[in-house]
Design a protein. Structure first.
Length: 80
């Protein structure tokens, strides 16, 4: 009788995202309920791979104040 061996290979990958040109701010995200990194709408679109003229995803947490609009990085990363 022939004995067969079974080999199982599991590959795990992690992705590292480096924001060199983007200005990252720490602020309270009211939708997440905690302090998170925030970036501009333009930088968030570049991170998500969206064209600059395309509409932003509805699930992004966007906050607008006197200085402009900031997007919660947690919501951007979840949408990718």
């Amino acid at each position: 009788m022939e004995v067969r061996k079974r080999t199982e290979i599991t590959v795990e990958t992690n992705e590292v995202l480096m924001l060199r040109r983007a200005r990252v701010y720490r602020a309270l995200c009211l939708e997440c309920g905690r302090e998170v990194d925030m970036v501009s709408l333009l930088d968030a679109g570049a991170i998500a791979g969206l064209a600059t003229d395309s509409a932003r995803p509805a699930n992004w947490h966007v906050f607008t104040d006197r200085g402009g609009s900031l997007v919660c990085m947690e919501s951007v990363l979840k949408s990718i």
